[in-house]
Structures are given as C-alpha cells and as structure tokens.
Design a protein around this ligand. Sequence first.
Ligand SMILES: Cc1cc2nc3c(=O)[nH]c(=O)nc-3n(C[C@H](O)[C@H](O)[C@H](O)COP(=O)(O)O)c2cc1C
Length: 170
Amino acid sequence: MSSDHAKSSSYLGLHLNPAEFRKACGAFATGVAVAAVMGRDGKPHGLTVNSFTSVSLEPPLVLVCIGHKAATHGPFSSASAFTVNILSEEQRDLSARFASSHPNRFEGVDWYEGELGAPVLNGALAVLECEMRERMEAGDHTIFLGLVRRAGVRDGAPLVYFSGKYRELK
Ligand SMILES: Cc1cc2nc3c(=O)[nH]c(=O)nc-3n(C[C@H](O)[C@H](O)[C@H](O)COP(=O)(O)O)c2cc1C
C-alpha cells in the first residue's frame, strides 16, 4: 500500500485509491481551455484547465477550479475578472505552454485585454469574459465562479482531453 493510499484511506474513512480516482476522473472527456487574469503586477497570468464547467444559464455562470499550489492561484484570488479561452485542435502547443513552467507563458502569444481587462487569446475557438462572483475553497483547489459578460465563438473543432492525452474529434 502506498503512503498516498494510506493517507487517503484514513480521510473520512474513505477507501479510495488515488490512482484509481485520477483514472476514473480522466475517463470524463473534456475540452481544454486557458483561464486567464490580469495580475496586480499589470501582467497577464494564465493556466491550462479542463475543470471549466458551465453552471447556470440564467444568470450565465461558469466555473474553473485551480489548485492552491498553482502559481496563477494568487493572481486569480485577487482578480475581479477572468477569461476562459477554449482551445481549438490546432492549439495543442498553447495548452502545453500554459501548463508548463515557462517563466512568461504569454511571450510570443497573440492576446489582448478584453472588455473586463482580462486577457483574451486571439484564435481561441471560444472566449468567455467573466466578472469574478465567488471563490469557494474545495479541498486543495479553489472554485472560481464567474458571471459571463461576453461570449464569442468561431467555427472550428475543439481540442479534447481524455485519459491523460490530447485527442481530436473525428
Ligand atoms: C489538459 C490539462 C488540464 C488541466 N486542468 C487544470 C485545472 O483544471 N486546474 C488546475 O489547477 N490545473 C490544471 N492543469 C494543470 C495546470 O495547467 C498546471 O499545473 C499549471 O499551469 C501549473 O503551473 P503554475 O503553478 O505555474 O500555475 C491542467 C493541465 C493540463 C495539461
């Protein structure tokens, strides 16, 4: 039994193997997005997420979950707006870039400040510009809930993530 397993087993009396948990969650195919904010430092910050979920139509609410250890967690915690840039199948490199330890992920990336001040990636399949509404602590992640103020979509195919790998819809 791994120490990870031992730790999880004792939590609330659950008998859950963390590897199985990750594998089971990974069986849920998702799109891939870059969630982004403007930091108090005046610089754009963003990370690759697949935790994006549409929550409500009226009012239009969406959420992303960000791990406490992510460097972008701080900027998200103090931001009043964020964007969700849904990636197309041609943007696999952007997904890798925004999940990497690159010191300046926006370097060489085509982006602009959207209406709410948060960064918008040119060429994204769809973009949602959101006003930050609520932050909810959930285990080792924070759930950031946003009210969608603007949304746009172009024709194209999405980048898909399934079982730890990028896929394309065929
Ligand atoms: C496809 C994919 C989806 C991801 N989804 C999330 C997510 O929803 N939330 C999260 O906190 N990290 C997610 N990550 C990991 C972050 O992108 C990555 O760990 C993060 O950029 C760490 O860098 P930072 O600490 O510099 O922010 C995902 C990574 C990939 C490749």
